[in-house]
Design a protein around this ligand. Structure first.
Ligand SMILES: [Zn+2]
Length: 241
């Protein structure tokens, strides 16, 4: 690897060439940041569980470690996994009201295509959210402030920071045990992580990242509303035919 200064100090965001130095006699020495005189990345010594806990607490240092100093490439897999959970949750909510002990009711499982529809809808809403956030950042940071944006890294950060959606798994497992409050809290947690991830990537103010997330949420809500209206009109056409 000839990449120079592609790591970041987790404390002060200063660029660094290496995280540790490997001496030939088997001694590893953690690099000290020239700017803040603290270890460039203390997390390389930490257990992944501690890193996960710190990331859950939305600590900037943990976010910098994950986004800049690791080669974590699970964002697309994580994204598909979270979308599957979300699709199943929506699908089971759709049929939750039609409970029946009749074995013939198994026919409802043939309505599988509805599940794929829900998956598509969830994917569309996520795309709208990411699109809204990226457009806002492109307009404000790229255009107004004249900064450069790494859209690939921003998208990776947004998808990775959606990891809070795995909390939907318990709601999926214990079907019908969800509450709007619980789902609302998961959403709030995911949005907070999204905002923190943007803040870390751009090294920007909290206000800017919050505004970006709010705009993304607005785009997502608009797309969801449009889809729902379309669905209703399609259902109306089917009923009156
Ligand atoms: Zn530093």
């Amino acid at each position: 690897m000839t990449l120079k200064n592609h790591f970041r100090c987790v404390e002060c965001n200063e660029k660094a060439a290496e995280l540790h130095r490997d001496y030939s006699n088997g001694i590893l020495k953690i690099t000290i940041c020239e700017s803040c005189q603290k270890p460039v990345d203390k997390y390389i010594e930490y257990d992944p569980v501690i890193i996960l806990i710190d990331a859950t607490l939305c600590k900037t240092q943990a976010f910098r470690h994950i986004l800049f100093n690791t080669n974590l490439n699970i964002h697309w897999k994580l994204c598909v996994f979270c979308l599957l959970c979300e699709a199943y949750l929506r699908w089971s909510r759709l049929h939750g009201s039609e409970q029946s002990s009749d074995p013939a009711d198994i026919i409802r499982y043939t309505k599988e295509w509805e599940f794929y529809g829900m998956f598509g809808l969830a994917a569309l809403e996520l795309s709208a959210f990411c699109g809204g956030v990226l457009c806002f950042l492109w307009a404000v940071v790229g255009r107004l402030q004249g900064g450069t944006l790494d859209f690939g890294l921003l998208l990776k950060a947004l998808l990775l920071s959606c990891y809070g959606k795995v909390l939907l798994i318990p709601t999926v497992i214990w079907e019908h045990d969800y509450s709007p409050l619980c789902l609302g809290l998961i959403k709030l947690f995911v949005l907070t992580s999204n905002s923190q991830a943007i803040r870390v990537i751009l090294n920007s103010s909290r206000r800017l990242s919050l505004m970006a997330v709010c705009l993304g949420l607005l785009t997502e809500t608009c797309v969801a509303q449009v889809c729902q209206r379309l669905q209703w009109s399609v259902q109306d056409v089917w009923m009156y035919e």
